[in-house]
Write a protein that binds this ligand. Structure first.
Ligand SMILES: [Zn+2]
Length: 518
C-alpha cells in the first residue's frame, strides 16, 4: 500500500511531520518542532526535560508514538536497571518508553522501519525533532542546509550531526564521587546525505527529484516523489517568489507546470495574503528610515536570513554607514564560502560584544569562539581573533554612532548599555510582527528599551519593515493552478479552507495519524 500520514503541520504554522509509505519503504517529509503545540504547555523558561528523554514529549503528544524510529539510548537507557536498583528506586518505568527503538525493530525485522527523512530546510519547525531520531536513519538535505545545521551546532552546541548518546556513568568529581549519573556516551555521527538541488535521489522504492526554492533561509528545497507504481507526490516545503533567489522558485514553477501530480502537499502560511511581499520594498523603506536619522541606527532580523543580510547591506551602503553584523551571521557566511568576501568588504564589519571577564581579552571568548573570529575550534595558543582585531566594539559606536548600522537582536539588547545611544536614534524591526502572547510581551519590553534610550521618539514604537518568507495567497493560487494537482493537502497553514477548489480534491480537514491512500 502507498499512503501519506500526517503527524503535524495541520492547522498550524510549522511542525511538519508527514510519513510517506510505499511498501517497506517509508520516509518522513520533515520532522519539525511544533511551536504552537509546544507553546500550549511550555515557554522559554519551562521546557520539556532534556534528560527526561522522550518521556515528556511522548506524554504531551508532541512527537509521534511510533516504533522503530527513535534512538536506542532515549527509548531505553543502557545499564539503567542495575543503577536504579543500587539507588533503591522502586519504579523503573520512568526509564523505559512504551515503544520499540530503531535498533530493536531492526533486530526484530532484519531491516530498518524508516528509510529516511527528506528535510526541506533548516528552520526548527521543519527539522527541530530530528535529534530524537536514531542516528542511522539517513537525513537527506541540501548541501547548504547541512552547512546551516553545522553552524547552529558549532555555535549553540546542539547535537544534530553528532549524537551524544545517554548512558550511565560514574561521577568522577563533585559532591558524590563514584555515584552513578546519566551522562553522554561516546559520540556517533548522524547519517546525513547532502545533495545539490537538482540532483535525483533513490530511496528504496521511491525516486525523488529535488528543486531549489527561495525562502527566508538559504538552502530550501521542494521534492517531487515518484512511488513504485508511478504515483507522484509534490511537497513544496516553505517557499516564496519575492526574495533574492526568486529565480529558483520560478525554475521550480517551470519544471512543475502542468505536472498534474496525484498529490500536492503545499504550504499555505500566507494563503490569506492578498498582496505579494517585496524584498525591494524592505530595502527602500529601510533606506528611507535610516536617511532621516543622524545618530545611532540598530536593526533586528533573523541571523540565518542571508537575503535580509544582503538587503540591509545595501541599506548601509546607500546610507554611507558601516554595517556592523552579528558574529553568527558572519560565521554562517564564512561556512558558506563567503567569509573572504565579507572580510574584504570595507563597509561590513563584525560586531564584538564584551564577554566573560568583559575586558575584550581573547580568553574571554574561549567558550564562544565564533564571537572573536571565523573559527570555532581554536586553542588559546593560536586564537582566531580576527573580529577582535578588525571588528566593531560598543565604544566605537558610542564615539561615532552616525558611522554605523548595527545588527542587534532583542536578546543582545544589553549591548545598548555599552553603546549608550542618545539623541533620538532609530531601531528598526526587520522581522515579522508579534503573533502570539510571548511575542507581544517581547514587543512591550523592546519598547521599554526604546523609551529608556530615547530611540524612535516620540512614541518609541518599533517600525516593522518586513517581507515574509512565504508566498502570498494570490501568487500561491496562480502557482497551484499551473501545476494542476489532483489532490491537495494544505499544510503549514491556519486557513486550509482558503485553498478552495484548487484541485479536484482539496483536503481541508486532514485527520492526524490517519493514512491517506495514494
Ligand atoms: Zn521555514
Amino acid at each position: 500500500m502507498t499512503s501519506l500520514t500526517f503527524y503535524g503541520g495541520i492547522n498550524e504554522i510549522g511542525g511538519n511531520k508527514i510519513l510517506l509509505e510505499d511498501g517497506d519503504t517509508r520516509i518522513f517529509l520533515d520532522f519539525g518542532k511544533s511551536f504552537g503545540r509546544e507553546g500550549e504547555f511550555y515557554n522559554d523558561y519551562m521546557k520539556p526535560r532534556s534528560k527526561g528523554c522522550l518521556r515528556d514529549l511522548l506524554c504531551m503528544e508532541l512527537i509521534p508514538t511510533m516504533d522503530g524510529i527513535y534512538r536506542d539510548d532515549l527509548v531505553h537507557i543502557l545499564g539503567i536497571e542495575e543503577v536504579i536498583r543500587e539507588l533503591g528506586v522502586e519504579d523503573t518505568s520512568y526509564w523505559d518508553q512504551e515503544l520499540l527503538s530503531y535498533g530493536e525493530v531492526l533486530e526484530r525485522d532484519g531491516m530498518p522501519w524508516l528509510s529516511g527523512v527528506l528535510l526541506s530546510h533548516a528552520h526548527q519547525d521543519h527539522c527541530g525533532y530530528i535529534p530524537y531520531l536514531d542516528h542511522r536513519i539517513p537525513i537527506y538535505c541540501s548541501d547548504v542546509t547541512l552547512k546551516i545545521l553545522e553552524t547552529v551546532e558549532d555555535i549553540s552546541g546542539d547535537d544534530f550531526t553528532a549524537v551524544k548518546p545517554f548512558g550511565v556513568k560514574r561521577f568522577q568529581k563533585g559532591f558524590f564521587p563514584g555515584k552513578p549519573a546519566i551522562e553522554g556516551g561516546d559520540e556517533v555521527s548522524r547519517d546525513i546525505r547532502a545533495f545539490s538541488p537538482g540532483e535525483g535521489l533513490r530511496i528504496g522504492r521511491l525516486r525523488v527529484q529535488t528543486f531549489a526554492v527561495d525562502h527566508s533561509i538559504p538552502g530550501a528545497v521542494a521534492y517531487l516523489i515518484t512511488t513504485s507504481d508511478g504515483k507522484r507526490v509534490l511537497y513544496t516545503g516553505d517557499f516564496r517568489f519575492h526574495g533574492r533567489l526568486s529565480r529558483e522558485t520560478r525554475e521550480f514553477r517551470n519544471a512543475t507546470r502542468g505536472l498534474k501530480p496525484d498529490m500536492m502537499i503545499c504550504e499555505g502560511t500566507r494563503v490569506d495574503g492578498v498582496e505579494p511581499d517585496s524584498e525591494e520594498r524592505v530595502q527602500a523603506d529601510c533606506t528611507e528610515l535610516v536617511s532621516r536619522v543622524k545618530g545611532f541606527v540598530g536593526i533586528e532580523f533573523a541571523w540565518k536570513d542571508l537575503t535580509r543580510f544582503e538587503t540591509i547591506r545595501e541599506v548601509a551602503k546607500a546610507s554611507g554607514r558601516t554595517f556592523a553584523i552579528s558574529a553568527r551571521t558572519a560565521y554562517l557566511l564564512n561556512k558558506l564560502g563567503c567569509g573572504d568576501e565579507v572580510e574584504n568588504d570595507p563597509s561590513v564589519k563584525v560586531y564584538v560584544p564584551r564577554k566573560d571577564s568583559m575586558i575584550y581579552s581573547p580568553s574571554d571568548y574561549s567558550k564562544s569562539k565564533y564571537l572573536a573570529g571565523f573559527s570555532s575550534d581554536w586553542n588559546e595558543a593560536e586564537p582566531d581573533t580576527r573580529h577582535l582585531e578588525n571588528g566593531v566594539r560598543a565604544y566605537h559606536i558610542k564615539a561615532d554612532p552616525s558611522r554605523y548600522l548595527l545588527h542587534l537582536s532583542f536578546w543582545e539588547f544589553n549591548e545598548l548599555v555599552d553603546i549608550q545611544p542618545r539623541d533620538g536614534g532609530l531601531f528598526i524591526s526587520a522581522s515579522s510582527e508579534p503573533y502570539d502572547e510571548e511575542g507581544m510581551i517581547a514587543e512591550e519590553q523592546k519598547k521599554a528599551w526604546m523609551r529608556h534610550f530615547n530611540l524612535n521618539p516620540p512614541d518609541h514604537e518599533l517600525p516593522h519593515v518586513h517581507a515574509s518568507g512565504h508566498i502570498s495567497g494570490v501568487e500561491l493560487k496562480a502557482f497551484v493552478r499551473e501545476i494542476e494537482p489532483k489532490q491537495m493537502f494544505p499544510v503549514h497553514t491556519e486557513h486550509p479552507e482558503l485553498f478552495g477548489r484548487l484541485a479536484e480534491q482539496v483536503h481541508e480537514k486532514i485527520k492526524l495519524r490517519e493514512p491517506y491512500e495514494i
